[in-house]
Design a binder for this molecule. Structure first.
Ligand code: UT7
Length: 331
């Protein structure tokens, strides 16, 4: 019997309507469009503004649209892996909240926290349940409401992040299509450089933690940039080497959208021209676990069965990695 691979059989995404432009940010902090554009490639990002709306509320339209595309009901889903660092609440898991909202009554689920690498960690984990034969339909969701943890007085972080969510469905494939390989890495010594200090068991919420702005995302940008540029490029090059993939054979690089300069460095290291690199950072900024599925969603119509995709990400933890997959549908 041929090996079972976990193939993506549907993808969908959702971004909120509100557009936060660089010019609007320049009215909030000391920055300007030119600085943000040249340093990051970002022009605008989406923000989930409505009161009482959380990360799961972006996942609902993303997943409902996905199910419609695939022509299946939510009750057919076996497992939901929700990759996010902005869960609706510390517990229960946002995967459970989503399952309830969409009527996935037969699914179990859990949240996966690997910051910006969340989606590739979730994709790799979800694939195991398909490859083992344990499950037939696994939903991997990547989404973050970054605006809920951003300090809009801190110009070093507020310019980068946006809100958005994407989702893919994994199903068994016996034609050799789907997730072929992945390399995942983490290094906890990166914690001081990219974190939220309070709200966990170390510094539970208190007046003091709120006053000290310890519930917002903190990033030492330059340090993170150096690690990201080196590691994301390295791991993407490694996965090509390990699978004997030449630059010509790679149809698309699907990079985490953290900074256009990091994306360019990764593509250059892989020897891949910009026409084969998915980039939408200019419109959405960094949606953390949402970036890669949002790219797949936007490029879905251009993807063909058998295309070789290399996914690559770097994020808080530090976490980083790369996934090589063969696209399973489209002509
Ligand atoms: O997705 C998770 C992983 N995260 C990342 O991969 C992000 C990695 N880091 C980055 O993308 C970049 O480091 C940033 C975009 C965050 C910053 O760009 P940079 O080129 O590394 O700038 P910098 O932090 O070295 O700052 C350069 C200068 C500083 O001024 P001085 O000290 O040279 O006078 C900053 O104060 O730019 C200043 N600056 C700004 N100026 C205008 C910092 N933020 C801003 C701003 N507008 N928003």
């Amino acid at each position: 019997m041929s090996k079972i691979h976990a193939a993506i059989t549907a993808v969908n995404g959702y971004v909120p309507d509100y557009i936060l432009t660089n010019d609007e940010l320049a009215t909030m902090v000391d920055t300007n469009d030119e600085w943000i554009t040249t340093r990051t490639g970002i022009k605008e990002r989406r923000i989930l503004k409505e009161e009482g709306k959380a990360t799961s509320d972006m996942a609902v339209p993303a997943v409902m649209g996905l199910l419609e595309k695939r022509g299946i009901g939510a009750e057919e889903i076996d497992l939901i892996i929700f990759c996010t660092c902005t869960p609706d609440m510390p517990f229960p898991a946002t995967a459970n909240i989503l399952a309830d909202k969409i009527g996935a009554v037969n699914a179990w689920g859990y949240d996966l926290q690997a910051a910006c690498s969340g989606f590739i960690f979730g994709l790799t984990t979800g694939a195991q349940f398909i490859e083992s034969g344990k499950h037939k339909k696994v939903l991997v969701v990547g989404g973050d409401k970054m605006s809920s943890i951003i300090n809009y007085k801190d110009r070093t972080t507020c310019i980068i992040f946006g809100d958005g969510c994407g989702a893919v469905l994994l199903e068994p494939n016996e034609e050799g299509l789907g997730v072929i390989d992945s390399i995942l890495k983490s290094d906890g010594s990166g914690c001081p450089y990219l974190n939220i200090k309070a709200g966990g068991s170390l510094y539970p919420a208190s007046h003091q933690t709120v006053d000290a702005a310890m519930h917002f995302a903190y990033q030492e940008g330059r340090t993170v940039f150096k690690f990201a540029v080196t590691n994301m490029a390295e791991v993407a090059a490694d996965i090509m080497k390990r699978n004997n993939l030449t630059a010509n054979e790679v149809t698309w690089l699907v990079p985490h959208q953290a900074n256009k300069r990091i994306i360019d460095a990764t593509a250059e290291r892989m020897g891949i021209g910009e026409e084969k690199v998915m980039v939408n950072i200019q419109r959405y900024g960094n949606t953390t676990a949402g970036t890669i599925p949002l790219c797949l969603w936007e490029w879905e119509n251009q993807l063909k069965k058998g295309d070789n995709l290399v996914l690559a990400a770097f994020g808080g933890g530090f976490t980083w990695g790369s996934v090589y997959l063969k696209w399973a549908y489209g002509t």
